[in-house]
Design a protein around this ligand. Structure first.
Ligand code: NDP
Length: 487
């Protein structure tokens, strides 16, 4: 049985409480590894290490090109172990291996993108009175705590580490208590490629205690969080005590709108992939399918015809397209929404656990579709975060836009139409940070990721993502040598 400790100040340490936690494979219930069950005191130790490394260590003054080189090395280290990392991700999170392989490659790309961007951080100057020279420099924010969820454990770690390190910050990362294994392996790689002690600290433990301290501690300059909106709200409130910088990437109830003039087969694929990739455990999942009424019946029939292609099984199984949900508790939460859905819409498929010996020990759930759901229904409003799709018919462009925007969330949206004017018109009206036309889900490290409304604040990825890890300082120089003589 593999045992992990936590990386604090360049050393692998046990939780001060002596407590540990077993990490479970959600596909078969087997214990995969034992990790430390860190608490408040471990979070404090990690934050103090990051503080000392920022204030007194070499990192802040390391040249951008050298920070970038380390990030490239981290990308290389990840690629060298791509196979093991993808398998570990699948075993820990449940997702199909092909999806985990994609995540590993994308995480390596993320380190490389920000490795290149490290040297592009620059200042600027403006015209001010001739006797002054004024310019702006960008500096790292300082100590960043980073709290990530269980749905993309490695990728979320990369999204957090890469821009923070490129900008010269030090950090403490906490993966989800359910899925810490790839983040711990990544911590080993950070050590191997040579990040100085205290720059990258990775701790494991629950949100209560360990995570809370990361949000509230006054030695922290910034907290970055990805996860549920309710938790994000709590973190934002805790962070206001010392007015930390805050980035929140939260939930969504994202509309995927299919107009009658869409390419039919592409829209069918996009509806299924949008809803069921990663078991639907995706903040940007197209969980509300809005379908123009004239194609509602044939589109639903075509979608249902393809449902048997979504092969359920352990993520490492051949041809598996949907793995188990991440935990027993999460499956129960999704099932409780299915019960609500049975009263709010017409159950077209799924709605239950698959039968068969191979499913007995894992947290499996069939892909589930509800049709004729009212936009006001709970299953059309609340984030279910599982393989549950709600279909809502509409009659006009205006109605589609109104339903799409009738949500407290504003993360993502898809529009399917061959009429590009109409598609762009609709996308411009939708209050969401990430939109796709005739596509769903592709995500680029180069482009900003984040939401409107209660889907969060700030942006990750792209050029905007690094701005979230930088402070702006103006420097003014008096070019006159004589005193100003005011008094
Ligand atoms: P959370 O959003 O609660 O957890 C995400 C991370 O935050 C985990 O590392 C968690 O720790 C940590 N955390 C939890 N509470 C606190 C706190 N008070 N202070 C600091 N950190 C904290 O996700 P859940 O697993 O509880 O899922 C709940 C719901 O959130 C899901 O059903 C889904 O709807 C949504 N969700 C959305 C995600 C997204 O990407 N938008 C991702 C995950 C969930 P730990 O788990 O270790 O206790």
């Amino acid at each position: 049985m593999k045992k992990y400790e936590m990386l604090i100040n360049g050393k692998w340490v046990k939780a001060k409480s002596g407590k540990t936690r077993e990490i479970i494979d959600p596909g078969n219930g087997e214990v995969l590894a034992v990790v430390q069950e860190g608490g408040k005191e471990d979070a404090i130790a990690a934050i103090e290490a990051a503080r000392a490394a920022f204030d007194h260590g070499p990192w802040r003054k390391t040249m951008a090109i050298d920070r970038g080189k380390l990030l490239f090395k981290l990308g290389d280290a990840l690629r060298a172990k791509a196979k093991e990392m993808a398998e570990l991700e699948t075993r820990n999170n449940g997702k199909p291996l092909a999806e985990a392989e994609f995540d590993v490659a994308d995480a390596a790309n993320c380190f490389e993108f920000y490795g290149g961007l490290a040297t592009k951080i620059h200042g600027e100057t403006m015209s001010v009175p001739a006797n002054s020279l004024s310019f702006v420099v960008r500096e790292p924010i300082g100590v960043c705590t980073q709290i990530i969820p269980w749905n993309f454990p490695l990728l979320m770690a990369a999204w957090k580490l890469a821009p923070a390190l490129a900008a010269g910050n030090t950090l403490v990362l906490k993966p989800s208590e359910f899925t810490p294994l790839t983040a711990l392996e990544l911590a080993k790689m950070c050590e191997e490629v040579g990040f100085p002690a205290g720059v990258v600290n990775v701790i494991t433990g629950p949100g209560a205690g360990c995570g809370e301290e990361m949000a509230v501690n006054h030695k922290v300059d910034k907290v970055a969080f990805t996860g549920g909106t309710a938790t994000g709200r709590r973190i934002a409130i805790a962070a206001t005590e010392n007015l930390k910088r805050v980035t929140l990437e939260l939930g969504g109830k994202n509309p995927n709108i299919v107009f009658a003039d869409a390419d039919f087969e592409s829209a069918v694929d996009g509806a299924l992939f949008g809803a069921f990739a990663n078991q639907g455990e995706v903040c940007s999942a197209g969980s509300r399918l809005l379908v123009e009424r004239s194609i509602h019946k044939p589109l639903v029939e075509a979608i249902l015809k393809k449902i048997p292609n979504i092969k359920l099984g352990h993520g490492l199984g051949a041809g598996v397209k949907m793995g188990p949900l991440v935990s027993k508790a999460h499956r129960e939460k999704v099932e409780s929404y299915i019960e609500i859905g049975k009263k709010e819409g017409k159950l077209l498929c799924g709605g239950k656990r698959p039968s068969g010996a191979q499913f007995e020990k894992g947290w499996f759930l069939e892909p589930t579709i509800f049709d004729d759901v009212k936009p006001t229904a709970r299953i059309a409003k609340e984030e279910i975060f599982g393989p549950v799709l709600t279909i809502i018919p509409f009659d006009t462009e205006e109605e589609a836009i109104r339903i799409a925007n009738d949500t407290e969330y504003g993360l993502a949206a898809g529009v399917w139409s061959k009429n590009i004017q109409k598609a762009l018109r609709v996308v411009r009206e939708i209050r969401a940070g990430i939109t796709w036309i005739n596509h769903y889900h592709p995500t680029f490290n180069e482009m900003p990721w984040g939401g409107y409304k209660q889907s969060g604040t700030g942006r990750e990825l792209g050029l905007h993502g690094i701005e979230g890890y930088l402070e702006i300082k103006q420097i003014n120089v008096n070019l006159d040598e004589a005193p100003i003589g005011w008094y």
